[in-house]
Design a protein around this ligand. Structure first.
Ligand SMILES: [Zn+2]
Length: 358
């Protein structure tokens, strides 16, 4: 798959420059683990038995250090005891830019068959490559890339049979990265890397945390609570959105296309900060002629082409036909496409409003 990004930039002299960036993403980059049954790899680097003389991690695991850990703890990484480590391409590149001697030492470890250090080319992997977001520094982007890859590995290795399951432990000493990792639910890893920090004498901790059973229980509890909090948050947003639109009947609003899909457009309504999907395929009527262009990207519906950021008009309503599963529905009003768009709704009678003010 080719990902290309075109944008125009104003040069210092006031001219306009068109920049095209191309990046090839692949889906034949393997995880390198012996336990994996999904990847079609001929050789593996990461072992299925990852026993380390350590009571810090009670579970079998692979370590995934970030750039700063490699730069500051290369001695430890060189220790014969440390095996089965994932080195991301992002980390390798950053280390190369920041310290030639440490880069050399890291390359030596990677070549040492006994060490089982695996380079994962995350920057070319379809599922772990990320683009720098607006306002995001190169550094923050790389930290995010490392978190995304850690998450990918965790999820990927979760597909293996339970008795062989391995965890991926992100090693970081960066506070910001740690906090963001916490947001994405990598709590256990945080606890574990704190403990590793204790082990290498970089930090101190409560004696209780050195007990692997107590530690495991703590991690499980943190992760459970975090997951539940996320569910509650999502459900609450959905509930209040539905309550809001329930008393308002069918609304006509202006919006902008955020994404186009094969059979739908995702519309943002700035007035409500609401995102919704306008589907062009309906169970009960014949589908209009749809042409999806992935490269643009654009979606042509009966000859009308939709592009990102196009302005549209939609109706918003609450579909309560299934009480168990009420949904916000959006339908296209403008542009008018015969057989596809709907007529704008009539303004609601005032009676309903009065009821709401009570
Ligand atoms: Zn795999």
């Amino acid at each position: 798959m080719l990902k290309s990004k075109t944008f125009v930039k104003k040069t210092r002299s006031g001219g306009i420059m068109k920049i095209v960036r191309e990046h090839y993403l692949r889906d034949d980059i393997w995880c390198g683990s012996e336990v994996c049954t999904e990847c079609k790899q001929e050789e593996t680097v990461l072992q299925k038995d990852t026993y380390i003389e350590s009571n810090l991690c009670s579970f079998p695991h692979y370590l995934l250090p970030d750039t700063n850990i490699v730069l500051s703890q290369i001695d430890i990484l060189e220790d014969p005891l440390i095996k089965n480590v994932i080195i991301l391409q992002t980390v390798l590149q950053e280390v190369r830019h920041r310290s030639a001697p440490i880069y050399k030492r890291l390359k030596d470890i990677l070549h040492d068959k006994e060490k089982h250090f695996y380079t994962f080319t995350n920057e070319h992997h379809r599922e772990t490559y990320i683009e720098r977001e607006q306002g995001e520094s190169a550094n923050d982007r790389n930290d995010r890339a490392i978190r995304i890859s850690t998450k990918w590995y965790s999820d990927h290795l979760n597909n293996t049979p339970t008795d062989k399951r391995l965890k991926v432990v992100l090693l970081t000493n960066d506070r910001g990265n740690k906090e963001k990792a916490e947001e994405s639910g990598l709590y256990s890893d945080i606890i574990v890397h704190r403990l590793l920090a204790v082990a290498i004498g970089a930090d101190s901790t409560y004696p209780d945390l050195m007990d692997k059973h107590k530690q495991s229980a703590l991690c499980n509890n943190l992760n459970y609570r975090h997951k539940m909090a996320q569910y509650a948050q999502r459900a609450s947003v959905a509930y209040h959105t539905q309550l809001f639109f329930k008393s308002r009947g069918i609304l006509n609003e202006e919006g902008f296309i955020l994404f186009v899909r094969k059979n739908a457009i995702i519309v943002l309504i700035p007035k409500f900060g609401l995102e919704g999907t306008v589907f062009f395929e309906n169970k009960d009527k014949p589908s209009p002629k749809l042409i999806f262009n992935e490269e643009a990207p654009s979606l042509t519906v009966e000859g009308h082409s939709f592009n990102m950021f196009d302005k549209v008009k939609v109706t918003i309503s609450l579909d309560a036909s299934n009480v168990q599963h009420q949904k916000i529905r959006m339908s296209l009003v403008e542009p008018v496409i015969s057989g596809v768009s709907v007529a704008p709704s009539e303004p609601e009678p005032e009676v309903k409003r009065a009821k709401l003010d009570r």
